[in-house]
Write a protein that binds this ligand. Structure first.
Ligand code: F6P
Length: 345
């Protein structure tokens, strides 16, 4: 029998994971190569929680959110014992290569497992944040933007009815891709992103100008990691530690609302969109992208191009090194931010 390909999904879940799994299984089986599904990220490789994936087991999963394999944020390099167990199971199952579907953290771990421990690994870029380098888009991002845009549309009608300022806090970690994209698509009046620390005085001026021009309401989209400019910082050190804790970002929307109400006396409400952005069915764009990534990943394994990641560049399916993909983060495109900014007010 041909040596199988292993696949695991790691890090936060994201719409389109099942589309990748299905694509990998369909493509590999088409080549006569079996696929083994590893459950709950690296934990499954450590514990031997591994099962064959068949055409039957991936049937009907294309539109489903989440991942049929389960996921975890476990680090395979956390200690020597874990590394030894992973290597032991790798030998036992005699797999020809491993496809790791993950975001920044998971693919950095995949890079090190390949470079330092010799595991034959290829990557697939997954994250709603769109912050991986080497690829124009990660799958999951388009769905998150669609969900955030829908939320802005809904907030518009309630904001208008009550003459309120509505703040929508979105995910995205330390980059503003989701906020800027949804802000443009939803017609937000202000978009605040981590790449551009904001001045509360500018926001207040803008809200007052809108009120004067008889716009009865305003919509502000804020990234979970957006920060006030140091010259107009209204947050205490303690609050900042809480809001910008890398393990769990979030809460700037509430602080901003308090400050706006204090400065303008406008009634201000906050919606924190949270995990809704990661749940449910992927958009057609994400299904297609995830499917193309899955196909490319199988090709990389068959060509033994270890340490590479499937990537999309200018609409073309290609690949880049895991090293390039995980060197820092891909910040928000300045042109996209300028577009959002020109529509402020
Ligand atoms: O990286 C994806 C993401 O949803 C971020 O946007 C968010 O900050 C983080 O994951 C939340 O992580 P967790 O699932 O560990 O709470």
């Amino acid at each position: 029998m041909e040596a199988p390909i292993g696949i695991l999904t790691s890090g936060g879940d994201c719409p389109g994971l099942n589309a990748v799994i299905r694509s990998v299984v369909r493509r590999a089986i088409g080549e006569g190569v079996p696929v083994m599904g590893i459950r709950h990220g690296w934990d499954g490789l450590r514990d031997g929680d591994i099962e064959p994936l068949t055409r039957h087991s991936v049937s009907g999963i294309l539109p489903r959110g989440g991942t049929i394999l389960g996921t975890s944020r476990s680090n395979p390099l956390c200690d020597e014992e874990t590394i030894a167990k992973i290597k032991g199971n790798w030998k036992k199952y005699e797999m020809r290569g491993l496809i790791v579907v993950g975001g920044n953290g998971s693919l950095a771990a995949a890079r090190d497992m390949h470079e330092k421990h010799g595991l034959p690994i290829v990557g697939v870029p997954k994250t709603i944040d769109n912050d991986l380098r080497g690829t124009d888009y990660t799958f999951g991002f388009d769905t998150a933007v669609a969900i955030a845009t829908d939320a802005i549309d809904r907030l518009h009608t309630t904001a208008e009815s009550h003459d309120r300022v509505m703040i929508l806090e979105v995910m995205g970690r330390n980059v503003g891709w989701i906020a800027a994209s949804a802000g443009i698509a939803g017609g937000a009046d202000v978009v605040l992103v981590p790449e551009h620390p904001f001045r509360i005085s500018t926001i207040v001026k803008l809200l007052n100008a809108r009120r004067k021009a008889r716009s009865s309401f305003s919509i502000i989209v804020v990234s979970e990691a957006a920060r006030p400019h140091p010259e107009e910082d209204f947050l205490s050190e303690e609050t900042k530690q809480m809001l910008y804790d890398e393990r769990h970002l979030g809460g700037i929307g509430r602080q901003l609302a308090r400050e706006i109400e204090r400065e303008t006396e406008m009634e201000t409400r906050v919606t924190i969109l949270g995990y809704v952005q990661r749940g449910g069915t992927p958009t057609a764009f994400d299904r297609i992208l995830a499917t193309r990534f899955g196909m490319r990943a199988v090709e990389l394994v068959l060509e033994e191009k270890w340490g590479r990641m499937a990537a999309l560049r200018a609409h073309e399916m290609t690949d880049c090194s895991l090293q390039e993909a995980t060197e820092g983060v891909k910040e928000l495109d300045p042109e996209l931010y300028r577009t959002a900014e020109m529509l402020f007010g």
